[in-house]
Design a binder for this molecule. Structure first.
Ligand code: NAP
Ligand code: G4F
Length: 330
């Protein structure tokens, strides 16, 4: 049985990756933050009572700012694979908390890589890098596109990106960057734009919300489906040699297009409900992301399985269900 450690296990990607690894027979360890309320909701479907001897999901309290905790955990569980998904992952929030973001989304990568070196374990390492690092570089973006970061979040992620590459070159470690473009799902955090839209659609239909306040509707994103993307993460750690990969759909849409598609599913017009609130503008915006995932397709055999239209429908339907409303078929 292989052992994996996931940071950010309670997040969107962490929960889907946990399901994937458990289905492949892994023993999965995850780092969770101590919180005054439960933060394991996304893991409910796979949660296992730690008192059961054969439990294959083990959760450990910790924080990405705490090197000694991370190091002792790695020494104790000796994972063969580490998926470093934990981060302060909200771009707009990174302008409000730049130092914290640099620490948790940037320096945490060094903490983990140093812990692996120190423990002398043969461990493969995945760094959750981001298309946000491409910033103002014009689309399409691939592994050779220059980085031009536009947010403290992107700068933090670049620190981690270069650290991963440096540890691979300097110490011969199997350490890779997955440069993932935006990926969404019904488990997406509610303050990211897609989920904010689909939740609002459902609440408007249910009569519980009147308006939806948004920022820049002209930004373009390459949106995929999170369960498809965690498969690419796993594939990256199963190769003969460590390399970095872009993961994307190769299709780009504006926020306005996502908005119109979501409202159209319930036969409403977005302009009747949407209001623009400048508080959601960013001091510097990433205007256009469109990924070229040819390398992942050829070398990993990976391809997205879910279209833009299917993604919008999956998310709207899930939020309608949560509000107790069913969407008519067709
Ligand atoms: P997410 O839903 O925001 O999850 C982030 C995870 O990190 C959560 O489990 C969170 O714990 C944990 N975390 C945050 N601060 C922490 C800290 N100080 N110590 C320990 N854990 C901490 O993010 P996601 O969408 O799953 O994304 C996963 C990773 O991929 C992130 O690194 C993100 O930056 C990166 N990424 C995401 C996308 C995307 O489109 N989703 C694209 C490219 C890269 P709580 O649950 O307690 O908050
Ligand atoms: O959904 P968003 O907040 O995602 P963003 O900034 O692209 O970042 C996400 O994808 C990155 C990959 O490129 C990840 F690394 C990162 O962790 C995160 O998962 O915003 C998407 C677009 C932006 O252009 C934003 O300005 O939507 C625009 N937007 C318009 N109104 C809004 C809103 N974004 C948010 N969050 N909230 C709004 O009201």
């Amino acid at each position: 049985m292989k052992t994996a450690l996931i940071t950010g296990i309670t997040g969107q990607d962490g929960s889907y990756l946990t399901e994937l690894l458990l289905s492949k027979g892994y023993l999965v360890h995850g780092v969770i933050r101590r919180s005054s309320s439960f933060n394991t909701g996304r893991l409910d479907a796979v949660y296992q009572d730690p008192h059961v001897e054969a439990a294959r999901l083990c959760l450990h309290y910790g924080d990405l700012s705490d090197s000694s905790m991370l190091a002792s955990l790695i020494r104790r569980i000796e994972p063969q694979e580490i998926y470093h998904l934990g981060a302060q992952s909200h771009v707009r929030v990174s302008f409000d908390m730049p130092e914290y973001t640099a620490d948790v989304s940037g320096l945490s990568c060094i903490r983990l890589l140093e812990a692996i070196r120190d423990a002398k374990v043969a461990c493969r390492f995945y760094q959750a890098s981001s298309s946000e690092m491409f910033g103002s570089s014009p689309p399409p973006q691939n592994e050779n596109t220059p980085f031009a970061p536009r947010s403290p979040y992107a700068i933090a992620k670049l620190h981690a990106y270069w650290t991963t590459l440096n540890y691979r070159e300097a110490y011969g470690m199997y350490a890779v960057n997955g440069i993932l473009f935006n990926h969404e799902s019904p488990r997406r955090g509610p303050t990211f734009v897609t989920r904010k839209i689909t939740r609002a659609v459902a609440k408007i239909v249910a009569g519980r919300q009147k308006h939806l306040y948004l920022g820049n509707l002209d930004a373009k994103r390459d949106w995929g489906y999170a369960p498809d993307y965690v498969e690419a993460m796993w594939l990256m750690l199963q190769q003969d040699a460590p390399e970095d990969y872009v993961v994307a759909t190769g299709e780009s849409h504006t926020v306005r297009e996502f908005l119109e598609a979501a409202f159209a599913l319930v036969n409403l017009k977005s302009e009747d409900y949407v209001r623009i609130d400048p508080r959601y503008y960013r001091p510097t915006e990433v205007d256009s992301l469109l990924g070229d995932a040819a390398k992942a397709r050829h070398k990993l055999g990976w391809a997205p399985r879910t279209t833009f239209g299917e993604l919008v429908r999956i998310m709207v339907e899930a939020d309608l269900k949560a509000e107790g409303v069913l969407l008519a078929k067709g």
